[in-house]
Design a binder for this molecule. Sequence first.
Ligand code: SME
Length: 163
Amino acid sequence: MSIETTDFDALTQELSRIASLSTSAEFLMTTIVKRLREAVPHYNWVGFYMLDQHDAAQEPMLVLGPYVGADTPHRRIPLNQGICGAAVTSAQTIIVDDVNADPRYLACSLETKSEIVAPVFVNGLAVGELDIDSHSPAAFTAGDRRLIEHCASLVGRYLEQRL
Ligand code: SME
């Protein structure tokens, strides 16, 4: 959408450099959400959810990590709920052009019109995701998808290197 006002290649390179200098996954995720929110006008809410699977007795949950944007009531999302649950369960990026037409959608802000969720993979397994909401309908193009999947893969690779 605002690909004409945002240099996605420069942003991709900048975030790759930041990943190579990061000393914690938390720092990397915090920097990614901050830079994406600042640099791309149609990214109104940007955040990570990571899978909490420490307690085998409990159902796996997506837990809200670093984010920028309005407070969300959805700080923990079971895998069978939301676009967020669907993206990790299917291990696929999901783009929803009209959130109000998707029965899976869990609302964070009434202003949100479209959403993209890209899984974070560690050794081929989805362990979390990068979630972006836009106040514009159908805001996410193939260029946005490449950028968001790249950011998710930076976190996945960072975590892989530290296993
Ligand atoms: N919309 C997401 C929930 C996360 S909030 O938008 C921040 C979903 O449907 O899973």
